[in-house]
Design a protein around this ligand. Structure first.
Ligand SMILES: C[S@@+](CC[C@H](N)C(=O)[O-])C[C@H]1O[C@@H](n2cnc3c(N)ncnc32)[C@H](O)[C@@H]1O
Length: 390
């Protein structure tokens, strides 16, 4: 058997060191955090284009605000209602990507917003956002840490899916946490696979292989998915402590206001359905998807779907009220996405359809909203609210 290809990127070497420092096994959540956010090297920290319509432009995937400005213009109507209902005048956007959504919201809401604050882990993207939002420079600010107290309306599109997840793997009826180790250079029949239910032990040969490939290794854990998964079959899934911690932090800091989060995912009874036995971790590069998070680190996005029940419960337990939960298609229609569409050209119609049709972004993508303070009725959930499914 030939040696695995040697990966020599700085990020690879950085992760190898982290695995070493952790004693040879790194939880997948830590691996994902390093792959995406290592300063200067991780996928979201390097200079690659990432967002765009077509691979020819060097992008890896498209998000709703990149598809059509109508996305942000329509969401802005909801945000305007939220600002008024909560008596606040500031927007906080998490993970602003190329700045497309911020521009759409700022252009639409104008004087109703006193300040627009962006929080993004990616220094490279912040630079891009500064350039894109130059026309609104007086109103926009970037922060790297949240203040102890915030007032305003928080928005995040496709941020929760970019937060590191822990992998849990039920093997032979026993739950394991899946982590990452270095693959031995020379695989032999005796060390090619981890012992069942156990951890790969790196022997002398393994220790010599730090330029080699990453591989998964599972170790027994007390961690469990939030729902008992029916059956005894082998079952790989994720849990989302970081995304839930993020909601708790927001709940703690937000004194008055609302939160709108848009992303792909399901309620927990769908997330932990017995048939979803391969988990939801996906990678995106050049507008193609693959499930191999250990290959090509730093050159592709790694994501996992959102368990919206977990998000709702985390918010509720921390003092937020769930204002609504529905599909992106339903939410945008409720907010008047189609108003004035009779004058739209064919290209715009195609893009708007992608936002709402079930086989594109309309159904897999969901919107959840919270309030801090008295509840009110957001226009986005006026018909088809699915909070009862959470
Ligand atoms: C998939 S991109 C979405 C970008 C943009 N919202 C869009 O829709 O085009 C995920 C973004 O979330 C950011 N991000 C991930 N975790 C974050 C966190 N904890 N706080 C702030 N930004 C975060 C990433 O840096 C990146 O900009």
């Amino acid at each position: 058997m030939t040696n695995p290809p040697i990966l020599t990127t700085d990020l690879h070497a950085h992760i190898v060191k982290a695995i070493d420092a952790a004693g040879g096994w790194l939880g997948f959540d830590q691996f994902m955090a390093l792959a995406l956010y290592t300063p200067g090297l991780g996928y979201y920290a390097n200079d690659s284009r990432k967002f765009g319509l077509m691979p020819a432009g060097g992008s890896d995937f498209v998000t709703a605000p990149e598809l059509s400005p109508r996305f942000g213009q329509t969401l802005a109507r909801q945000l305007a209602q939220a600002l008024e209902a909560t008596g606040t005048a500031e927007i906080w956007e998490f993970g602003a990507g190329s700045g497309a959504l911020a521009l759409q919201i700022l252009d639409t809401l104008g004087p109703q917003i006193e300040r627009y604050t962006i929080v993004d882990l990616s220094g490279g993207l912040v630079q891009r956002q500064r350039e894109r939002l130059a026309a609104h420079a007086g109103k926009v600010q970037w922060v790297t840490e949240l203040p102890a107290q915030m007032r305003g309306v928080v928005v995040g599109n496709e941020v929760l899916d970019a937060m590191p997840v822990k992998l849990l793997n039920r093997l032979g009826g026993v739950w394991h946490e899946r982590g990452v180790v270095m693959a031995p250079t020379l695989l032999t029949s005796s060390n090619a696979l981890p012992p069942e239910g156990g951890r790969v032990s790196l022997g002398a040969a393994g220790r010599e292989t730090h330029e080699g490939r990453f591989m998964f290794a599972d170790q027994r854990t007390e961690l469990r998915p939030p729902l008992e998964v029916e059956g005894q079959h082998d079952y790989l899934t994720e849990i989302h402590p970081q995304a839930e911690g993020f909601i708790r932090t927001l709940a703690d800091r937000l004194q008055a206001g609302a939160i709108f989060l848009l992303d792909y995912g399901f309620p927990e009874h769908e997330y932990y359905h017995p048939q979803r036995s391969m988990g939801t971790v996906m990678c995106h590069r050049g507008h193609l998807s693959d499930a191999d998070a250990l290959a090509g680190v730093g050159s592709k996005d790694i994501t996992a779907h959102v368990n919206f029940t977990g998000i709702a419960l985390a918010g509720q337990d921390a003092g937020l009220q769930v204002l609504g939960y529905t599909s992106q298609g339903r939410f945008l229609l409720n907010c008047g996405l189609l108003d004035g569409m009779e004058n739209a050209g064919i290209e715009e119609r195609v893009m708007v359809q992608k936002l709402i049709t079930e086989h594109e972004m309309g159904e897999l993508f969901k919107v959840i909203a919270f309030s801090k303070g008295a509840a009110w009725e957001p226009m986005g959930f006026s018909a088809g609210d699915r909070t009862y499914t959470l």
